[in-house]
Design a protein around this ligand. Sequence first.
Ligand SMILES: [Zn+2]
Length: 534
Amino acid sequence: MGLTSYDLVIRNGKVVTGVTQTWFETDIAVKDGRIVRIGYLKNVSSDVVIDVKGRYVVPGFIDMHNHSDLSIIAYPEALNSLMQGVTTLVIGNCGFSAAPVLPKSLNDIKRFWSQLSLGISVDITWSSFDEYLRTLETVKPAVNIVPLVGHGTLRINVAGFDDYLSNEDLEMMKELTVDAMRAGAFGISTGLIYPPGSYASTNELVELAKVVSSYGGIYSTHIRSESHRLLEAVEEALEIGLKAGIPVEISHLKAAGRPNWGKVKEVIDLVRKYREYGVEVNYDMYPYTAGSTSLIALLPQSLYRDGFDILISKLSDKGFRNEVIKLVESSSDWENLLKILRWEDIVISYSGSCKPCEGRSILELSRELGKDPYDIIFDLICSDQGRTLMVMHFMNEEDLIYGLKQPYSLIGSDSLVIPLGMGKPHPRFFGTFPRVIKRYVKDLGILSLEEAVAKMSSIPAQKLRLNDRGIIAPRFKADLVVLNIKNIEDRATFEDPNKYPVGIDYVIVNGVISVSEGEYVGVRNGEVVKNLTT
Ligand SMILES: [Zn+2]
């Protein structure tokens, strides 16, 4: 008998499988992209052997909440994700997917996306969801891609930015949803603070969720409110789960704004209650007490009805500005973030037109320029054509810790693939996954390493029904990370976010080493993963 030959053998790792509560020291053999043997491997031949004695080997991280639908085409190396040990991105979140794009909706969908894209522009050359996934395959990303279809995108295709949706429109949205699910989507996402998604009735969402459920997909949702009406918003999501018989994933769970701190505990009580009713509900979190979104999300949702371009052009008018301010200060029947944010809580993280504004709060800018804070915001939205991004410091860490400790939580970065130096983005773009280990495992002892790893690999895989990823076991895809617990650190901070972490020593994607001793080796071996339950 000859030697068994493998493509890769990892020796002497402290292996955390994703499904057991204790690490064990063993060797792992990989062939044709999959883990084929685990155990003490004596007489083997292998193209590549790495000895990782003293270091942990864990499943590659699955980023449950990512927005790289377009940017992965411009930056297929995905370095800000890959260097964190992320091997799979779940895209299409918060109602934003890059497909479908019916020809008449191309311009609106481009505008819709511009609020999340920083300065990255990508030509939309596809129409159907299937064509989009094939485009992703041709760019050969460095990480695996798991797509969701976005409700906001679907809605623009049938009704633009109109709040009214006819029965025929809804039927057409269902057809587009079927197309996306047949092409391989893992579910539908909603972004219920972003027009036109925010115009949807609960019933519209139930109807679409039923379609998705019949194809084995999930309902992932940026809920209607993360502040004053947090509990009602969670309840709406859970009722959709109950009525449509669909697994629910609540995106970036938080209690935003000082008066709402402490409410995460009540959310968890609701989660438990609905789990007893039979709703499979989970939620993702990122390990920071600040959020981030487009600056334009501060404007009342009712103002978008004529589309983005008209709203932005009206915003240069003083009279219109005063109307906006009146609406912001008097109404709260929408996710009015300015009701919970102080000017010092809002920090500009990306501006194409004002680089010196990046990293500065609205309060600082207002004092420095002797301008009203509202005018700072309106001027930036106008000069950036709605592309300005902000960081919002509005959560407390006790809520975060309470949520993280529960068995239902998993980790999502809510970031997108970007190159170094694109503004001063939220540090979650560069540090989410190492930070969970550095701060919540090592420094604070909130989670064991095994628990943290499960929340970043096997639990999201289970949620998505990825049946051959997220766990270290024979026959599973060899998405693996070798990490050094001694020096692991997310180096990205709010002041200086453009930094890769340290301590993520190897990243292996589908059996191929992509990061070696902390350096990207120039290999892109991700796959576009399709949900083909039909
Ligand atoms: Zn969101």
